[in-house]
Design a protein around this ligand. Structure first.
Ligand code: SAH
Length: 340
C-alpha cells in the first residue's frame, strides 16, 4: 500500500496524519507488528491487527553460503514460497528479489523454469522481500550503499504494474528512499513491455538477458523469444529512453560449446556496438537436470576480451553457489545441513 491506499483503508473517521504515521512505521521503521507502532492509539493498533494484517512474508528457511551470501526461502500469506538473496560485499550489499512465484519464460538453462509460473507477486510481496532482508541483516536507515536487483524468480516485465508500484515504494524518500539508480530490473526481453517501462517516470535501470547472438539459438535457449524476436528487441533497446546517468546492461549466460565461441562473441559485438551499454557475462551455474556445462575460465576470458574491444564487459562473480542462491538456481531447493 502507498499513502493513498492507506488513507483509503483507514477510512474517513481517522485523522489524515494517521496514514502517514503508519506509512513511516512500515517502510522507514520496518516494524514487524502493529503493536510496535507506539504513536498510534491502542484501539487503532488492535483494529489494524484485525483488519489490516501487516502481511510481511515469513522466513521459512535461511541458507548461508561460505561466501556470506544468504538465500531466504520466504513463505507468503497463501502458503506459497519465494526466494530472496542477500549478497554482502566489503562496503555495500545487494538484495536480489523475485517478482513472481516460478516463471513462465522457460529458459533451458534455468532451474526456476522447472517450476512453471505459479502466480504474480503483489507490490507488497515484492517490497516485503526488501523489508525482511533489510531487517534480518540489520540494514540501518537511511539505507546506505544498498542495491536492489529484480533478478530472482520470475519475469518482472510480465508483472509490470506491481513491479512499478513496488519501485515507487522502494524509492520514496518518505519511505525506504532507495535511489532509482540503485535498482535494476532484468528481463528476458518482453519487447512491448520495454517501451511501457520506458514511459514510467520512476523506474529501475534496465538489464536484458541476451544469452544468444542470433535468432535461432535464442529461440532454442529461451522459447519465449519465439514471440519477441531479437530484431525487435534490439529495436526496442535503440528506442529506449535512457536517463543521462544510465546505460543498458546486457546479460549473457555462457554455455560450454553452445554460445561461447569467438564467432558468438563477435556477433554480440555487432548487435551491441552502437548502443550505450555494458555486458555482464555469466558462466553457467549448474543445476540438477540442466543439460549444459560451464565453460572453462580461459574461454570466458577470451570471450570477454573480444566483447570488451567494443563495449565494457564484465564477468559476473557467482554468489552463493553452494546454497543454490546464484543466477538460475532459484527453485526453492531444500538443503540438508549435515551436523558436525
Ligand atoms: N526473467 C528475468 C529475471 C531473471 S534474471 C531475466 O531473464 O532476465 C536471472 C539472470 O540469470 C538472467 O540473466 C538469466 O539469463 C541468468 N541465468 C539463468 N539461469 C542461469 C544459470 N543456470 N547460470 C547462470 N545464469 C543464469
Amino acid at each position: 500500500m502507498d499513502l493513498a491506499d492507506l488513507t483509503n483503508a483507514l477510512g474517513p473517521a481517522e485523522p489524515a496524519f494517521r496514514a502517514a504515521q503508519i506509512y513511516d512505521a512500515v517502510y522507514r521503521q520496518r516494524v514487524e507488528n502493529w503493536e510496535a507502532v507506539s504513536n498510534l492509539p491502542k484501539p487503532l493498533r488492535a483494529r489494524l491487527a484485525e483488519t489490516l494484517p501487516l502481511g510481511l512474508p515469513a522466513i521459512e528457511k535461511r541458507y548461508v553460503s561460505a561466501d556470506g551470501t544468504v538465500r531466504y526461502l520466504l513463505r507468503l500469506a497463501d502458503g506459497k514460497t519465494v526466494e530472496t538473496v542477500w549478497m554482502p560485499e566489503a562496503d555495500r550489499a545487494t538484495i536480489c528479489i523475485s517478482s513472481q512465484v516460478g516463471c513462465a519464460v522457460d529458459c533451458k538453462f534455468c532451474l526456476t523454469a522447472r517450476m512453471g509460473l505459479e502466480r504474480n507477486l503483489t507490490a507488497g510481496e515484492i517490497v516485503g522481500q526488501v523489508l525482511l532482508a533489510a531487517s534480518s541483516q540489520r540494514v540501518t536507515a537511511p539505507v546506505d550503499r544498498l542495491n536492489i536487483v529484480m533478478m530472482g524468480q520470475g519475469e518482472p516485465l510480465l508483472n509490470l504494474a506491481n513491479v512499478i508500484k513496488a519501485t515507487r515504494l522502494l524509492t520514496d524518500p518518505e519511505g525506504m528512499g532507495i535511489p532509482p539508480r540503485r535498482i535494476t530490473l532484468s528481463t528476458a526481453g518482453i519487447v512491448p513491455k520495454i517501451a511501457e517501462l520506458g514511459r514510467e517516470t520512476i523506474r529501475p535501470k534496465l538489464a536484458i538477458s541476451l544469452n544468444a547472438s542470433y535468432e535461432d539459438q535464442r529461440r532454442e535457449l529461451m522459447p519465449i523469444t519465439r514471440k519477441y524476436h531479437l530484431k525487435d528487441l534490439m529495436e526496442a533497446c535503440r528506442a529506449y529512453p535512457l536517463r543521462t546517468w544510465e546505460k543498458l546492461t546486457f546479460e549473457y549466460v555462457l554455455l560450454k560449446g553452445v554460445n561461447d565461441n569467438d564467432a558468438d562473441a563477435r556477433r554480440v559485438v555487432q548487435l551491441l556496438a552502437h548502443l550505450n551499454c555494458k555486458v555482464n557475462l555469466i558462466a553457467l551455474n549448474p543445476g540438477p537436470g540442466i543439460p549444459f556445462e560451464t565453460p572453462d575460465p580461459a574461454r570466458v576470458a577470451t570471450f570477454q576480451a573480444i566483447v570488451r574491444r567494443a563495449v565494457p564487459c564484465f564477468v559476473r562473480k557467482p554468489r552463493g553457489l553452494d546454497v543454490f542462491a546464484a543466477c538460475g538456481q532459484l527453485k526453492r531447493m531444500e538443503l540438508v545441513t549435515i551436523a558436525g
